[in-house]
Design a protein around this ligand. Structure first.
Ligand code: FSX
Ligand code: SF4
Ligand code: F3S
Length: 393
């Protein structure tokens, strides 16, 4: 947190501003900014800067293009709830052109895009959703009579920043799978230069929001890896922070959907989970903001590696993953402890912090401990039951 007077002053401003705009309490808003700052791995005190930037910075104009895709990226932003993520996004940016959301159509829509580009020349953020088909001079995707190739180049020329959202725009994604009949290509390939990519099919809306807020707060996009992915979100393997990891290390696997192992939440590696070769933060921040464990593996389906070029939409879903790192992490507890009552969530998180674990590691440690306790309690309750009433697990 920043210093007290800064926060007080900010809180006062917010009580008449953002609180009304977003329909969220001041406390929730500041908490949300702190979470966002932590998601981005920013230093202590950055949450106040983030809150100030969202509150007072001029909303950047955003031009959002759609090419070869399913609109899942936009849908995932708009379907997010609690605390009204879509409201926050639409409040943080000025969405001046978005084919799915704008009321205008036809020539009116084209005029809106041109007007936004002229009014915010050199300052707008270009967000691209979908791959760009380049085969046969790009004739497989045209809007307003222009190919996706021409539209992308035209809009990128005067943009302050370009963000490729979703796996399609980031590396070709689903449209590039199989024989790639239309030559579906990434934004970076068509522009011939690296851009920030937020892969995922669809990507997590928090990663998009955090990237935009970073731009708003610091005037630049966040640090990225060699594939253009923000490091704060894509620097760790899913397998390293998976709630089922202790099962993997103990050799407990679901062998079929619906078998006893699957019902007990065992590791999905043998069903083809690509967590061991996929970099993303799905396991630590959850997905779609719809509650605990709301991510593919949390729901019982193997990760298909949707954020990872060469894995998602390329490797068969149920093919066993390549293990990048087989060493079990030191900080994970056993799923069922043999002795004692175990630590509280807070103590577990503090322990992980003391051990120098990343925020994601602390979250997973706390979660795993919680699960191990719940499972332990269930087993103890079962052991206490009279033999006649015991049921099959
Ligand atoms: Fe769909 Fe977006 Fe997948 Fe692609 O997300 S969810 S096909 S990544 O471009 O709309
Ligand atoms: Fe989790 Fe998949 Fe790794 Fe198993 S293989 S621990 S389910 S990421
Ligand atoms: Fe995609 Fe795997 Fe995350 S399928 S949403 S990268 S868990």
């Amino acid at each position: 947190m920043g210093n007290i007077s800064e926060i007080f002053e900010l809180g006062h401003k917010l009580s008449t501003g953002i609180e009304n705009r977003l329909g969220m309490s001041r406390r929730d808003y500041l908490q949300f900014c702190a979470t966002l700052a932590a998601t981005m791995g920013l230093a202590k005190g950055a949450d106040a800067a983030v809150a100030k930037a969202i509150e007072s910075a001029q909303r950047p104009s955003v031009i959002w293009l759609h090419f070869q895709e399913c609109t899942g990226c936009s849908e995932s932003l708009l379907r997010a709830e609690h605390p009204t993520l879509e409201k926050l996004i639409l409040d943080v940016i000025s969405l001046d052109y978005h084919e799915t959301l704008m009321a205008a159509a036809g020539h009116q829509a084209e005029a809106a895009r041109k007007a936004a580009m002229k009014a915010h020349k050199g300052k707008y953020v270009l967000v691209v959703e979908g791959a760009i088909p380049i085969k046969d001079n790009g004739i497989y995707c045209k809007i307003g009579g222009h190919t996706a190739i021409d539209l992308l180049k035209e809009c990128a020329a005067d943009a302050a920043a370009v963000i490729a959202i979703g796996s399609c725009a980031s590396w070709g994604g689903m449209p590039s799978s199989g024989g790639n009949p239309s030559g579906a290509s990434s934004v970076g390939e068509v522009l011939g230069k690296p851009v920030v990519t937020i892969p995922g099919c669809p990507p997590n809306p928090y990663n998009f929001l955090a990237t935009v807020v970073h731009f708003l707060t610091f005037g630049k996009l966040p640090d990225v890896d060699q594939l253009g992915r923000p490091k704060f979100a894509y620097s760790r393997l899913i397998h390293e922070h998976c709630e089922r990891r202790a099962h993997f290390d103990a050799g407990r696997f679901a062998m079929e959907f619906g078998d006893a192992g699957h019902r007990q939440g065992y590791c999905l590696y043998k069903l083809g989970c690509k967590g061991p070769e996929t970099y993303a933060n799905c396991s630590t921040i959850g997905f779609g903001d719809a509650g605990e464990n709301n991510w593919p593996v949390g729901c019982g389906h193997p990760c298909i590696g949707c954020t990872e070029k060469g894995v998602g939409f390329t490797k068969p879903i149920h093919m066993v993953a390549k293990l990048a790192n087989v060493s079990p992490p030191q900080q994970y507890p056993r799923i069922v402890e043999e002795n004692g009552k175990g630590a509280s969530f807070a103590a577990a998180a503090a322990l992980a912090a003391l051990a120098g674990a990343a925020a994601g590691g602390a979250t997973m440690l706390a979660r795993n401990l919680g699960k191990s306790h719940a499972l332990q309690q269930a087993e103890e309750a079962k052991a206490d039951q009279p033999a006649a009433t015991k049921t099959e697990a």
